[in-house]
Design a protein around this ligand. Structure first.
Ligand SMILES: C[S@@+](CC[C@H](N)C(=O)[O-])C[C@H]1O[C@@H](n2cnc3c(N)ncnc32)[C@H](O)[C@@H]1O
Length: 322
C-alpha cells in the first residue's frame, strides 16, 4: 500500500525516509493546537463529528455547554428556532478547529474534510441538515479557498420512507418518500496560493502517482470499488473512514516528508496511512479511551511494514484535558 510499495523507490531509501519521520498523537482539544507553529503543516485530512447525527450529540454537549442548554430548551419549547440554534452552535464549535487549522497550515497547504449531511426527525418534522454547505461557509469566512469537492458514494443503498429505513407498503406511491443520503463529501480547501517547489524536487518526484491513480483519484465520484465494505466494531464506534480514503488524499495533496494533521483522529487511520506513505503526522483526539485502539492499529502497521515504527510515535496527554 502507498509509498512503501511505490515502484522505483529503493528499499533502503524507504527505510531511511520511514526512520526520519515523526508522528505525534496528542490527547487534547484541537480547538487549540499550541504544539504547532503557524505555517508548519502542509496538509490536514480529517473527519469531524457530524452535527445533528445522534451518536455525536453528547460529545457536542460536553464540548460546549451552550449546546446542552439548547437541547434542554428544545425539550421545553419544541421550537424550530431552537433546532436552528443547536445546529448553528455545533458548526461554530467545529469552526474553531477550522480556524486553528488555517493558522497552522503553510501557504498553499490543503485541507480535506470528510463530512456527511444529516437527516433527522425532530418534533415530528423530518429534515435535512446540509453539513457540507455549512462547513464551506465557515471555511470561506476564515479565509480558505474552496476547491472542487469529491462525492464519496457509500454502499448503503436502501431508500427511506418518512425517514425510516425502508419504503414499507407506500414506497411506490408519490409524493412523500425521501431520497436516500448515500454520498458523503470530501471537501477540499487551500490556504493562500499554490505551493512552490524547486525544479525536479526529489521528494515531489518520489511522490508521483500513476496515470490510473490520477484518473481515478481526481474524478469527482469515488465509489472505492474493491475496498472492504464491511465495518468492524471499532470503525462503527469511531465512525472511522477506510484507510483508502486517507491514503488517496495524502498522496494527492502532500509530498513525502510533509507534515499531515488530523485534528479529529479517532482510531488513528490518518496516522497509520501517513506512516505508510512516508509523511510525518500529528493527530489530536479528545477521547482517551481510544488509546488502546490507536496503539493496536499502529502495531498492525508495524507488523505489515516489518519495520520498527513505534519509537517514532510520541503519544502525549495534555494534563488535565482528558
Ligand atoms: C468521526 S471521528 C474520526 C474518525 C477517524 N477519521 C478514524 O478513521 O477513526 C471524530 C473524532 O473526533 C474526536 N473529537 C471531537 N472533537 C474533538 C476536538 N475538539 N479535539 C480533538 N478530538 C475531537 C472524537 O472523539 C472522535 O473520535
Amino acid at each position: 500500500m502507498g509509498f512503501v510499495f511505490t515502484a522505483k523507490v529503493k528499499a533502503s531509501s524507504v527505510y531511511i525516509v520511514l526512520m526520519s519521520l515523526q508522528h505525534r498523537i496528542i490527547f487534547g482539544n484541537s480547538q487549540h493546537m499550541s504544539e504547532l507553529e503557524r505555517g508548519s503543516v502542509q496538509l490536514m485530512v480529517t473527519s469531524p463529528p457530524y452535527p445533528m447525527i445522534a451518536m455525536w450529540d453528547d460529545q457536542f454537549c460536553s464540548s460546549d455547554p451552550k449546546i446542552a442548554e439548547f437541547w434542554q430548551k428544545l425539550n421545553l419549547d419544541g421550537g424550530e428556532e431552537t433546532v436552528r440554534q443547536i445546529y448553528d452552535a455545533m458548526h461554530r464549535n467545529l469552526a474553531k478547529v477550522w480556524a486553528e487549522t488555517f493558522r497552522v497550515l503553510c501557504n498553499g497547504g490543503m485541507a480535506a474534510i470528510n463530512i456527511g449531511d444529516a437527516t433527522r426527525r425532530i418534533n415530528d418534522r423530518f429534515q435535512l441538515f446540509p453539513n457540507h454547505s455549512r462547513i464551506i461557509e465557515e471555511c470561506e469566512k476564515i479565509g480558505f479557498i474552496t476547491l472542487p469537492y469529491i462525492l464519496w458514494k457509500k454502499p448503503t443503498t436502501k431508500p427511506s420512507y418518512k425517514g425510516k429505513g425502508a419504503f414499507l407498503g407506500s414506497g411506490f406511491l408519490p409524493p412523500n418518500a425521501y431520497v436516500t443520503l448515500d454520498c458523503e463529501f470530501i471537501l477540499l480547501f487551500r490556504k493562500g496560493t499554490l505551493r512552490h517547489f524547486k525544479t525536479k524536487d526529489p521528494e515531489r518526484y518520489e511522490s508521483k502517482f500513476t496515470k490510473e491513480q490520477r484518473d481515478e483519484w481526481f474524478s469527482q465520484i469515488w465509489s472505492l470499488k474493491g475496498t472492504r465494505q464491511t465495518v468492524d466494531d471499532l470503525e462503527r464506534r469511531t465512525a472511522a473512514y477506510p484507510a483508502e480514503v486517507a491514503e488517496r488524499l495524502i498522496r494527492m495533496f502532500s509530498v513525502r516528508g510533509d507534515l499531515v494533521l488530523d485534528p479529529f483522529l479517532g482510531s488513528g487511520t490518518t496516522t497509520k496511512v501517513a506512516i505508510e506513505s512516508g509523511r510525518s503526522s500529528i493527530g489530536y483526539e479528545l477521547d482517551p479511551k481510544l488509546l488502546p485502539a490507536i496503539r493496536a492499529r499502529l502495531e498492525e502497521t508495524q507488523i505489515a511494514l516489518k519495520t520498527e515504527i513505534m519509537s517514532q510515535v510520541k503519544i502525549i496527554s495534555r494534563s488535565g484535558e482528558c
